[in-house]
Structure formats: C-alpha cells, structure tokens
Design a protein. Structure first.
Length: 138
C-alpha cells in the first residue's frame, strides 16, 4: 500500500471501467480501439491492457450493459461493442457517483501533496475530509 504501483493499479481498474463506458457512450468500438480511447481519454494515466479490456467487455456484456457484434474490416473480424439502454443508464449512474466523490478526492489529493503539517492530537481546527452530510463513498 506504500507504492505507486499499488495505488496506480487500484485507480486504473476503477477508472478504466468508467472510461470504457464513457468511450462507448461516445461511439461503438472494438477492443483495441477502446483501449486507445480509454488511454487518450485520461491522458494515459490508465492504459488498459488486453487482460483488463476483454474481461471487462465480457462482464459488461453478461450484465446486459453492452452488446458486441462481429464486423468484418479488410478481411479481419472484429467484435464492435455498443452500449445498450441499460449501459447508458449505468454510465449516467457511474458519472453521478464519480461526480459526487471528485470534489472530496480533489481536496484529499491537495492535502496529501501539501507540505506536511501534522495537527496535534485533539486539534479542534483540524477537519476531516468532509463536506456535506452525505457520504460520498457509499
């Protein structure tokens, strides 16, 4: 939990799925095209591998969120995926969830990158990373 690799892997898995839905909301795509769109959509912070893309496609397909249909291009068969109506709803739901957590995440990142000034125990002026009464992560 103390390495960049650990946190990058954790972030990549979650963010890549969201960017996958976002990419397919934009237009239908095949696996390789999806990987490029996901990487480009997040400034290459989440560059998905085949080991991430294809299991995610299978999971989303089994959940009825996407449909993949074979298309032939230049003698090659590619499965082009598109969001179903349920997939569009899942994307909206995911966007709402990410939108709710992003301000808090931004605050926590800013505090984590600021010069370390640890408050003394019981400092009443120290506030946890919170805002609304609404729990952003549940």
């Amino acid at each position: 939990m103390r390495t960049h690799d650990y946190w990058n892997s954790l972030i990549a898995k979650s963010a890549s799925r969201f960017f996958l839905l976002a990419s397919l909301a934009h237009k239908p795509m095949h696996g390789y095209e999806l990987a490029k769109a996901i990487a480009g959509g997040c400034g290459n912070c989440c560059t998905p591998t085949d080991a991430m893309i294809y299991p995610a496609i299978r999971e989303l397909s089994e959940a009825g969120l996407i449909v993949c249909e074979p298309e032939h291009h230049g003698g090659r068969k590619r499965n082009v995926c598109h969001l179903t109506e349920a997939g569009h709803q899942a994307y909206r739901t995911a966007a709402e969830s990410w939108g709710r957590v992003l301000p808090y995440l931004s605050t926590a990142v800013q505090k984590g990158l600021a010069p370390s000034e640890r408050p003394s125990k019981g400092d009443e002026n120290d506030q946890a990373i919170s805002g609304d009464d609404q729990n952003c992560c549940s």
